[in-house]
Design a protein around this ligand. Sequence first.
Ligand code: 5GP
Ligand code: MG
Ligand code: MG
Length: 183
Amino acid sequence: MDHTDMGDKLEKILVTNEEIQAKLEDMARQIDADYDGDLLVVGVLKGAVMVMADLVRKIHSPLNMDWMAVSSYGMGTKSSGVVRILKDLDADVTGRHVLIVEDIIDSGLTLAWLKKNLLDRGAQSVRIAAILRKPEAAKVDVQVDYLGFDIPDEFVVGYGLDYAEQFRHLPFVGTLAPHVYGG
Ligand code: 5GP
Ligand code: MG
Ligand code: MG
């Protein structure tokens, strides 16, 4: 795939699409081994759209897909752990085995809140799959059951992740050139 038009905006590619697909295959095999059908896969909009689409196509167990959109209140770029639901699930999670699919875990506060919220609503189990994790996340008490890649503490874009709603469509994960965000 050619994204040479992005050449002046990106600094480097951290994870290629080939690496992502291979890792998702491993994650899907693990998920198939762990679940015995009746799985509700919940994608967190908008960042998880790519990972959701690619991951579920590799899972063989029967599943339903649903979506949530959340916004975490907070100053600047760090999330506060106070989360507002912008779009709720269509499905009832009562008694369901839920797998939350996320793009990236940074502070982990959003996912910690989401997991508790779904358990409080009566989900039988809630596990987490994320394609990327930053070092901060290791410090909080949220377990990532299926993890793609640990990455350095840098702001990344692509494969669903945006900067000001740009770059989500890139098939790989990369860092931005400092001039893009005024660095
Ligand atoms: P946290 O884990 O801090 O509660 O928040 C995770 C969310 O922050 C992610 O779902 C994502 O939307 C956003 N986020 C965290 N780190 C990055 C990053 O490096 N790049 C982009 N584009 N979004 C990020
Ligand atoms: Mg997200
Ligand atoms: Mg964003």
